[in-house]
Design a protein around this ligand. Sequence first.
Ligand code: ADP
Ligand code: MG
Length: 317
Amino acid sequence: MAASEFELIRRFFVDATAARADVTLGIGDDCALLQVPPGKTLAVSVDTLVVDRHFGADVDPEALGHKALAVNLSDLAAMGATPAWVTLAITLPAADDAWLGAFMRGFAGLARAHGVQLVGGDTTRGPLSITVQVQGLLPSGCGLRRAGGQVGDRLFVSGTVGDAALALRARQGGTALPLLQPRLDRPTPRVALGLLLRDVAHAAIDVSDGLHADLGHLCTASGLGARVWLSELPLSPAVRAACEAGDWQLPLGGGDDYELLFSIAPDRVATLQEACTAAGESIHEIGELVTEPGIALIYPDGRESRGAPIGYDHFRD
Ligand code: ADP
Ligand code: MG
């Protein structure tokens, strides 16, 4: 690696994020050395964002830095893990100081907010691509899997769904939706909610590919089906207007929500609701898990349909 690239690492990555006592050795050696406390299990997840696939070349670098970490923290949240460490592999067309500075403001701001330390990575030249791997901690034996759903579980989703898809649709159509744009560009990983769910929910997943597709994953993993009352979906006003006009694609098929979808036994709902209210986390009951496989959508007019999954699939034309 050229000297200037070591200079980049020193200026932009070393000391950019939280400083944690459990990092024995951070950026600068061949490996980072990290202390997993006794009785804890490491939860690990990685995601790649590629130019022209996940974002345009003209993307706001600060928002991209935020989002690259947020989508990974969302995976930890869906597992009920506490974020701890992160590595960052970044491929850049050129050593652009202003771009990298803005990217790291977004990335490091979110990392510090969650007490996460950047402990290593890789910096190379090429078409813009960002790979982030996060590590979180769980009490050993814990972890919110997709597979734990049980018949009769109530199905909940956090926040609102479809906002990011509507913001993307508007942007592609050349308009801006200032209220919804941050939902697309700067998603909020539901880390605190994941911790509240860890000991009470049966199954959980984060909604990244669209509610319908991700519910399908939870159902398949749990060996069950689901019934969803579309009238109960938490929707922001603009998304609700689209749905009332008959377009349910936004909340069901639109991706990038990064809300948590989970199932919970009916007798645990009241306690969870109280805990969520106290913590300022919004959750909404949207359906239930049933024996019959597949997803039944119950429209507000009472019509019921078992449509094919309409989530986003990277290998589908
Ligand atoms: P090596 O050749 O041993 O892989 P590098 O020269 O790639 O080491 O990196 C030097 C140090 O800087 C390593 O500790 C590496 O983890 C860190 N590093 C490189 N790029 C990044 C980055 N984008 N973010 C954080 N740390 C980085
Ligand atoms: Mg390297």
